[in-house]
Design a protein around this ligand. Structure first.
Ligand code: AMP
Length: 214
């Protein structure tokens, strides 16, 4: 089963992807994570993408679609894909259809995480992750059980994304409204979109997504 989690920054796409990976035979394909890895490794793609990401703008369609294509090739058949943060433009949505066709796959569901944008700034500016295993935390809503120690892997190193500041978050939301939300009708025409209340608790959102996938 291949699905897209669609929603503005901070809607919970990464959190819900991580749960799906743990509970189902699925793999998260996050173009944001791939780009951050490219930036850290200082690859040509990373060097090109860094300034764009720091401004909260979108990296070129060609770069992200090539990253997705390469990941699907590496992944092979038999494992479901969760597209997280991709596609973000209509050109990417069209490219994804072709990439999936070339891999003998097809989209089953688009899950739209509907959220209140004002709450997102609070969610995003407080979030941080374990530097070792990537487990997500929040300064106000989800601290590690033991302060400074990751619940999942025990590491004491954490990181905060450089683009999770208020100014960049607002720009990323503007990009979502202008370029990503308009791709919903592309999928609605195929009747594969389900809207989920992304302001509900993490467990409730997970239940809603499980109901869609079952
Ligand atoms: P994310 O982790 O999904 O919030 O992505 C972080 C940043 O990476 C975005 O603000 C964009 O600059 C870039 N990015 C991630 N995915 C894409 C995509 N599908 N298309 C264009 N830019 C992307």
């Amino acid at each position: 089963m291949d699905i897209i989690l669609l929603g503005p920054p901070g809607a919970g796409k990464g959190t819900q992807s991580a749960r799906l990976v743990d509970h189902h035979q699925m793999r998260q394909l996050s173009t944001g994570d791939m780009l951050r890895a490219a930036v850290a490794a200082q690859t040509p793609v990373g060097l090109e993408a860094k300034a764009v990401m720091d401004r909260g703008e979108l990296v070129s369609d060609e770069i992200v679609s090539a990253l997705i294509d390469a990941e699907l090739t590496a992944m092979g058949a038999g494992v479901g894909a969760i597209f997280d943060g991709y596609p973000r433009t209509e050109a990417q949505a069209v490219a994804l259809d072709e990439i999936l066709r070339n891999h003998g796959r097809e989209l089953d569901h688009v899950v739209e995480l509907a959220v209140d944008e004002d709450a997102l700034v609070d969610r995003i500016t407080g979030r941080f992750t374990c530097a070792k295993c990537g487990e997500g935390y929040h300064e106000r809503h989800k601290q590690p059980e033991v302060a400074g120690v990751c619940d999942k892997c025990g590491s004491s190193e954490f990181k905060h994304r450089p683009d999770d500041n208020e100014e960049t978050v607002r720009k990323r939301m503007q990009e979502y409204r202008a370029k990503t939300a308009p791709i919903l009708p592309y999928y609605e025409a195929r009747d594969i979109v389900t809207r989920v209340d992304g302001m509900a608790s993490i467990d409730e959102v997970a239940q809603q997504i499980d109901a869609i996938l079952s």
